[in-house]
Design a protein around this ligand. Structure first.
Ligand code: HEC
Length: 140
């Protein structure tokens, strides 16, 4: 290939890379003001930020804070397919939104209704279902 053309293409490539980075940075800023569902997130980001400390990265309930919650208080194990299949999405949603206490569970499970709009909580429920439990509600 002609040397001049090669240099030109290389320069063009670098410019395009630069462009992409600039556009990306702009989008990230806009995205910060949107809810997870508007961003098309799966709930994974919210889970990793807010739920992992107790429920653990893999959802087994062994997060770094799990041992500090008090005697006999164990974060739910989302990989327990049998138990999780006995709970409806609506029930999980309510525990997340209103906290454990309102549903008769430990108040060590916080209420997240102030942190997340309903659509985000639904996205988190979907993440728990599809990635951690890989299970659905089964009526018996
Ligand atoms: C400070 C620790 C802590 C954090 C953080 C936490 N949880 Fe929990 N969670 C618990 C505990 C403890 C329980 C079990 C309560 C019990 O069994 O009495 C629980 C129970 C649950 C349940 C069980 C509901 C059911 O029907 O059995 C769900 C769903 C849940 N948490 C979702 C979440 C989600 C989603 C987040 C993040 C937005 C989160 N939790 C963050 C401690 C926590």
């Amino acid at each position: 290939m002609n040397k001049q053309i090669t240099v030109f293409l290389l320069a063009l490539g670098l410019m395009m890379l630069g462009q992409v980075t600039i556009v990306d940075a702009g989008m990230t800023e806009d995205k910060a003001n949107m809810s997870a569902s508007d961003r098309g997130d799966t709930g994974e980001g919210a889970y990793m930020g807010y739920c992992l400390p107790c429920h653990g990265m893999d959802g087994t309930g062994n997060g770094p804070l799990a041992d500090s919650l008090g005697e006999g208080i164990v974060p739910r194990n989302f990989t327990d397919g049998e138990y999780m299949s006995s709970r409806t999405d609506e029930e999980l949603f309510k525990v997340i939104k209103f906290g454990g206490k309102k549903s008769g569970f430990s108040d060590a499970m916080p209420d997240w209704g102030y942190n997340f709009p309903d659509a985000d909580i639904k996205a988190i429920v979907q993440y728990i279902r599809s990635d951690l439990c890989k299970c659905k509600y089964k009526a018996d």
